[in-house]
Design a protein around this ligand. Structure first.
Ligand SMILES: Cc1ncc(C[n+]2csc(CCOP(=O)(O)OP(=O)(O)O)c2C)c(N)n1
Ligand SMILES: [Mg+2]
Length: 282
């Protein structure tokens, strides 16, 4: 299943089915040890679905393929979402998911690049965009048409390194670079500390072609990524407004959804709630 080019037309039913699977995988992972960064994972499930099942070029059987598009998850603690996408894509075995966060598991709570499909070691925030700029420059020097997609968070917008990288990307006219800014409204202990709004205007001021969308609406994500294929000399930013815990009302409404740790038995209730709310939307 080599994805040499994204399909011309998105199959929205298929993408919705994949997004449901990603969320199921994440709930399986969190249930394994009873804890994890499930809120963030559920929030960006729709983005990762559209990336891995519509937009990115990659070869699941050869994750080091030179021509692949690079996806850098700058927020390493969102790893739960990446493991789900890689399992759904056939890069990682689904049977491994329940080891998430366990001793000796490859599926760490923050990303390590020894796990197949990982492009960036996570943990220390604020470094993804800078690495993405370097990779995009390198690919251009190699005359590659591969692109670099960097997910980053609203928390990381409060780090100077992010804006240094943003400034250099437009200076170097890196139109092979797409920043995917997950504005989920939280950071660690609750709501984001510094008011970063208007986020889109800031990226525009730094010379980026910018869109501001509902990150949980699959057609909007598809359309924004398609618009970001335009090779006009400008780096592309997509600001995604996402809801932590999307799909599980009990997590959506939790005041502290940064890290979820509950009794293993209670996860059964959460999983049942997820399936019920899916039924309600069908
Ligand atoms: C450089 C750095 N500083 C602090 C931390 C500790 N930390 C881990 S997650 C987090 C929250 C950051 O906010 P955001 O990236 O928006 O994460 P969210 O709460 O949305 O998951 C912080 C401060 C870190 N990992 N790296
Ligand atoms: Mg956040």
């Amino acid at each position: 299943m080599l994805r040499n080019s994204p399909p011309a037309r998105a199959d929205f039913d298929e993408l919705r089915r994949r997004a449901e699977n990603l969320r199921r995988h994440m709930l399986t992972m969190a249930r394994g040890r009873g804890q994890g960064y499930i809120g963030q994972g559920l929030g960006i499930a729709d983005l990762l679905t559209v990336l891995y099942f519509h937009e990115l070029r990659y070869d699941p059987a050869n994750v080091q393929w030179e021509g692949r598009d690079r996806f850098l998850l700058s927020t390493g603690h969102y790893s739960i979402a990446l493991w789900a996408a890689l399992a759904e894509a056939g890069v990682l075995p689904v049977s491994e998911l329940s080891t998430y966060g366990a001793d000796d598991s490859r599926l760490e709570m923050s990303t390590l690049d020894t796990t197949p499909g990982v492009e960036l070691i996570g943990g220390s925030l604020g470094h993804g965009l800078g690495q993405g700029v370097g990779q995009a420059l390198g690919l251009r020097m190699d005359a590659s048409d591969a692109r670099v997609f960097v997910e980053l968070s609203d928390g990381e917008l409060q780090e100077g390194s992010t804006w240094e990288a943003a400034m250099s990307a437009s200076h170097f006219r890196l139109d092979n670079l797409v920043a995917l800014v997950d504005c989920n409204g939280i950071q660690a202990d609750g709501p984001v500390v510094l008011d970063m709004e208007p986020v889109g205007e800031k990226w525009r001021a730094f010379g980026w072609d910018t869109q501001d969308i509902d990150g949980n609406d699959i057609p909007s994500v598809v359309a924004a990524l398609e618009a970001a294929r335009n090779a006009d000399g400008k780096p592309k930013a997509i600001v995604l407004r996402t809801l932590p815990g999307k799909g599980v009302p009990r997590i959506e409404t939790s005041e502290k959804s940064h890290f979820f740790r509950i009794d293993v038995a209670q996860w059964e209730g959460i999983i049942a709630e997820f399936e019920q709310s899916l039924e309600a939307t069908r």
